[in-house]
Design a protein around this ligand. Structure first.
Ligand code: NAP
Length: 316
């Protein structure tokens, strides 16, 4: 953790959406460890992470209504809102439209309105590099990315009309311990354990991976900028490793760290429609943030902390 981040020990109040997700749960833990009073908004059927820091968190259960969110923000009166809640779908089906709009647009708009009603004006928002397919200013990879852009446009209204100060962090791929999402490392891990071959695309697409601790650093630095009144309206940053590698290189690094062969069938699957072959590279980096955890260290750390020790499992 950087000196600037760890020195931010004053009792500040945060309201976090998406706190039960991968990034949100790590953020909440760090905020609690750093002395923040942390409020979270969750759905009735959300499962709270088991990390002990969550015992210190004030939980507000929301029911989808604006009145409920106005009351939550009124009770918590946060210095900073961290908005991470989202539904991620790489490809949508017709039945997904409503959930995408509810999670990625409506919920966020309700949160902004609730902030306005309660005179709360600092928000750290979360975007995605997938808003920038082919490195364009705006070209959404998928409908999920388009809904993130739609929310950003709505946020812009509150910035212009109500004096909100915002920082949007556009994330690339993230990884680290306690990641239950069926992402690449989990698939590789499962394949190493079972010995089952893993069917993959040709593997030439670039991946920009940032360790979750570095990602969380970015949220705290963003909050600090807002609290120190360094943001005039809306700052947008790319939370990039600045060192994208191909999927093939990534798998090779993983295999090197675990010291065990994985049977990958390269090219057994086609690339996805609108596969991101080249990652977004024209985003602005936060001047006081840069990732510190190397991929090798990050993988080793994640394996030690929460994956099964695959060297001790018979691959049949
Ligand atoms: N992780 C990445 O690599 C990555 C890359 C680019 C951008 N991002 C962005 O980063 C943010 C965090 O991502 P993540 O990977 O941590 O997501 P995640 O693990 O999928 O978690 C999503 C979170 O959003 C909550 N949520 C979804 N819909 C909601 C709704 N309608 N009402 C209330 N809560 C709702 C979920 O709550 P439940 O527990 O109730 O489901 C969960 O806490 C998202 O905005 C995502 O778009 C992430």
């Amino acid at each position: 953790m950087s000196k600037e981040v760890s020195s931010m020990r004053v009792k500040r109040k945060a309201l976090v959406s998406g706190a039960t997700g991968f990034v949100g749960s790590h953020l909440v833990r760090r905020l609690v460890q750093s002395g923040w009073e942390v409020h979270i908004v969750i759905r009735e059927n959300s499962t709270l992470p088991s990390a002990q820091e969550f015992n210190k968190v004030i939980v507000h259960t929301i029911d989808g209504s604006i009145e409920c969110l106005v009351a939550c923000v009124g009770k918590s009166k946060p210095d900073v809102v961290f908005h991470l809640a989202s539904l991620f779908l790489a490809q949508h089906e017709t039945k997904d439209i409503e959930s995408l709009i509810v999670s990625n647009v409506l919920l966020g708009n309700q949160l902004l309105e609730a902030m306005k009603v309660n005179q709360v004006s600092h928000i750290v928002n979360t975007g995605t590099s997938w808003q920038h397919y082919n490195n364009e200013d705006y070209n959404p990879v998928c409908l999920y990315a388009a809904t993130k852009q739609a929310f950003e446009a709505i946020l812009e209204y509150y910035i212009q009309a109500s004096g909100f100060k915002a920082i949007t962090l556009k994330l690339f791929d993230t990884y680290g311990p306690d990641d239950s999402r069926l992402k690449l490392f989990n698939l590789l891990n499962n394949s190493a354990i079972s010995g089952e071959p893993l069917n993959m695309s040709p593997g030439e697409q670039l991946i920009d991976l940032v360790h979750i601790d570095d990602v969380v650093d970015a949220y705290l630095i963003a909050a600090k900028r807002l609290l120190e009144d360094k943001v005039s309206k809306h700052e947008i940053y790319a939370i990039s490793s600045s060192n994208p590698i191909t999927l093939k290189e990534l798998v090779e690094s993983y295999i090197l760290v675990i010291g065990q062969k994985i049977n990958v069938n390269w090219g057994a699957r086609p690339y996805r429609n609108r596969e991101v072959m080249n990652t977004w590279s024209s985003g602005v980096c936060m001047s006081d943030w840069k990732p510190k955890i190397s991929l090798e260290k990050g993988i080793a750390d994640a394996l030690e902390k929460n994956y099964v020790n695959i060297n001790h499992i018979s691959c049949g």
